[in-house]
Ligand binder design. Structure first.
Ligand code: HEM
Length: 111
């Protein structure tokens, strides 16, 4: 998918600040005649939920957590994604560098 954006395997959430992909380029909701009719609602809902939650709390991955992915069309972490919930103190120093597991074969995370 490097025609759509560079380094597609890389964990780079900031790419979405400037990208405006079509449903065929970014397609959790599928595309074409069977596209999800709830997509606009779901996007609005997740933005509101995240904005409200993340103003109040900081979610920190368990250090050195092993994350194995499962699924082909809809991927998810096999054992969930346990986090520790802190009040939002903006202490983001840990990052995602310590994560282990086959998620590293799916996405290029920092070392
Ligand atoms: C993050 C949330 C959601 C995701 C990732 C998602 C994903 C999808 C996907 C991939 C399809 C296409 C399935 C196919 O190819 O047959 C689909 C279809 C559909 N979705 Fe969603 N969906 C979400 C939320 C919602 C919500 C909130 C609603 C309703 C309020 C909804 C209603 C539907 C309906 C009715 C279809 C069938 C459309 C059709 O076949 O004509 N979805 N969804």
């Amino acid at each position: 998918m490097s025609e759509v954006y560079p380094e597609p395997e890389k964990f780079d959430p900031e790419r979405w600040i400037t990208q405006e992909p079509t449903n065929f380029e970014y397609n959790p909701f599928s595309a074409g005649s069977r596209t999800c009719i709830g997509a606009a609602f779901a996007m609005m809902e997740i933005k509101l939920v995240l904005a409200i939650l993340l103003q109040r709390y900081r979610l920190q991955l368990i250090p050195r957590l092993k994350v194995d992915g499962v699924g082909l069309i809809v991927m998810a972490p096999k054992q969930g994604m346990p986090v520790v919930v802190y009040p939002q103190d903006r202490n983001f120093a840990q990052g995602v560098g310590g994560v282990r597991g086959n998620v590293r074969e799916m996405v290029e995370l920092p070392k």
